[in-house]
Ligand binder design. Structure first.
Ligand SMILES: NC(=O)c1ccc[n+]([C@@H]2O[C@H](COP(=O)([O-])OP(=O)(O)OC[C@H]3O[C@@H](n4cnc5c(N)ncnc54)[C@H](OP(=O)(O)O)[C@@H]3O)[C@@H](O)[C@H]2O)c1
Length: 210
């Protein structure tokens, strides 16, 4: 498959780039700082771009089969206004619709959208204080995706670690089972790569935790 990864220079996006290449896919990796992508592979194309710039995303989505969106903001940005997730997603949906690209796999996080109701009462206040602005915008992002006509999957990991890929994690699809927990970025990437060809989670919002 021809896969665009939006937010590919570090974290889950970089790990997904590596694992998608290992799985044999052709990968177009987009970020603002592509020099950070220390991976070279004949099947990898690195493009510098900004996820909220329509021209960049129009060029990046052209010729793709699948888009994986793994955008994140730095810790220093958490206390200011955040609109990256919703803006980038609006731009992405428009570009995908215009190009007939149907499959979108997006990482948001446990606590976005209707999973917020499952945050424990002990975690609710600190979570809102630190991550509230980001997750409010992720909730808008999720709504845009749900309202789209794309074949979407919204992936909501718990607290991320930089630990190894283990292949041992829970995929919680039922709202009654959603809970917080930890999971490595490498395991999240494994799940994302499985969704490139998988159809089980289309239209679903699984929570991933160990
Ligand atoms: N930390 C946690 O415990 C936790 C838990 C659950 C969910 N999450 C969510 O999981 C997601 C991934 O987290 P992560 O830690 O793997 O991410 P990360 O390391 O922060 O990486 C974020 C990526 O987004 C890219 N990016 C940011 N703004 C961009 C823009 N305007 N245009 C293009 N690319 C842009 C960055 O590249 P450039 O800067 O080079 O552009 C980078 O490649 C985030 O949405 C995060 O909120 C985190």
């Amino acid at each position: 498959m021809r896969v665009l990864i939006v937010g590919a220079s570090k974290g889950i996006g970089l790990e997904t780039t590596r694992q998608a290449l290992e799985a044999g896919h052709n990968v177009r990796a987009l970020a603002r700082s592509i020099s950070a992508i220390e991976v070279s592979d004949p099947k990898l194309e690195k493009i510098a771009g900004d996820a909220i710039e329509i021209e960049d995303i129009e060029a990046a989505t052209t010729g793709m089969d699948v888009v994986i969106q793994t955008l994140g903001v730095g810790l220093g940005e958490l206390l200011g206004p955040i609109s990256l997730f919703s803006k980038a997603t609006q731009v992405l949906i428009t570009a995908m619709n215009d190009r007939g690209v149907k499959r979108l796999i997006t990482v948001t996080g446990f606590g976005a959208g209707d999973s917020a109701a499952q945050i424990s009462c002990f975690q609710r206040v600190p979570f809102q204080m630190v991550f509230g602005r980001a997750y409010d915008d992720k909730t808008v992002q999720e709504r845009l995706i749900r309202d789209s006509k794309l074949d979407w999957t919204i992936v909501r990991p718990g607290v991320l670690t930089s630990g190894p890929r283990t292949g041992r994690y829970l995929v919680l699809s039922e709202a009654s089972r959603w809970r917080n927990g930890v999971i490595s970025r490498a395991d999240v990437a494994e799940f994302l790569v499985q969704q490139i060809e998988g159809t089980t989670f289309i239209g679903k919002t699984p929570v991933l935790v160990n």
